[in-house]
Design a protein around this ligand. Structure first.
Ligand code: KG4
Ligand code: ZN
Length: 318
């Protein structure tokens, strides 16, 4: 729950994480996620207003994520936002979760348009061309797994707890790319990602070694992590460069949980010369309400409001 002032000033940005409840299942359990949302949401609304030092009457609008995401969790946010908007006579603004990841950048720097956004999260890997503020056009995406999903699946084989992106990132910095896993679709001139082949190659390497009596996860974890991460980053950087070649822009925005990756941040800084790069600070990379408010501000200027019949769209796309 966040309170945003004048489009860029976050008065508060509360994150009620439920990762601990999902860890032992190795991924998010939808029913558990919904129940936690119900338990937390009212307290979060109250706490956000207290932290921001305002009352509901001071607000101009209420924004909420419409999708993409788990329908049960989305519905709880939407019900709470509708109720709040109705009770306090406020306009209601539906927001695309991925536009939120993109607009986290607006909270820390000035985005000059046209812009390109590399959005990499647990559910999505996509490149979005933003000709002007609020006009989004997806120009490339993953054919199969998202980058974050690949991190989490490979992490499971490595015996790491969910979500494992951060842990793999840390291990990777201690190792080298000794396994040379495949980089999918790098020879095509299409702006498309694919990470499922890399995931399978990783799992097969570990299992084949196991059959020969070797335990790579125990003996060579750093190099496994470095090899996996280098393959992911080669593809992310390569395809981003291709997108920047096809669509010249002034700003490259990077967003989503995987944008917290230190390896990715280093390579963006060293290898992207085509545009100014904005990568939000770590606190704004993962899911948070501040980014949703930032994306909503653009819609508010256009009075893109929803009625109380607003419904969740679990598969919402740009
Ligand atoms: O955007 P996000 O918080 O939630 C979704 O909308 O999916 O992204 C979560 C994803 C997880 O897959 C997690 O493993 C990944 O972001 N992640 C990372 C890092 N930190 C989080 N992946 C790579 N390196 C990291 N440092
Ligand atoms: Zn997200």
């Amino acid at each position: 729950m966040a309170v945003l002032k004048n489009g860029t000033e976050l008065l508060t940005n509360i994150i009620a994480s439920q990762i601990n409840s999902h860890k032992r299942f190795g991924g998010v359990v939808p029913e558990v996620a919904s129940r936690h949302h119900v338990e937390q949401i009212t307290a979060c609304i109250d706490e956000a207003l207290v932290q921001a030092g305002i009352s509901a009457e001071d607000l101009n609008a209420v924004a909420v994520t419409q999708g993409p995401g788990l329908v049960g969790a989305l519905l709880i946010g939407i019900m709470a936002a509708k109720t709040f908007a109705w009770a306090h006579h406020l306009p209601l603004i539906p927001v695309n979760h991925m536009a939120g990841h993109m607009m986290a950048a607006a909270l820390v720097d000035k985005i000059e348009y046209p812009a390109m956004a590399l959005l990499v999260s647990g559910g999505h890997s996509e490149l979005v061309y933003v000709e002007k503020e609020g006009s989004y056009k997806k120009v490339g995406e993953t054919r199969d797994d998202a980058a974050g999903e690949a991190y989490d699946k490979v992490g499971r084989v490595m015996g790491l707890t969910y979500p494992s992106g951060k842990a793999i990132d840390e291990l990777a910095h201690k190792g080298k790319d000794t396994y040379h896993f495949p980089r999918a679709m790098m020879s095509t001139h299409e702006i498309e990602f694919s990470f499922s082949g890399l995931k399978s190659a990783f799992i097969n390497t570990v299992h084949n070694a196991e059959q020969k009596g070797e335990d790579l996860v125990k003996d060579d974890l750093d190099n496994l992590a470095a090899s996996f991460q280098t393959a992911v980053l080669d593809v992310l950087i390569g395809k981003t460069k291709l997108a920047l070649e096809k669509y010249p822009v002034k700003t490259l925005i990077v967003g989503g949980g995987v944008s917290a990756n230190q390896g990715l941040r280093e390579r963006l800084a060293n290898e992207i010369t085509e545009a100014k790069v904005i990568v939000p600070p770590l606190r704004l990379c993962g899911d948070n309400a501040g980014m949703i408010a930032a994306a909503a501000y653009i819609e508010m200027k256009k009075e893109n409001y929803a009625g109380l019949d607003l419904n969740a769209k679990p598969s919402l796309v740009f």
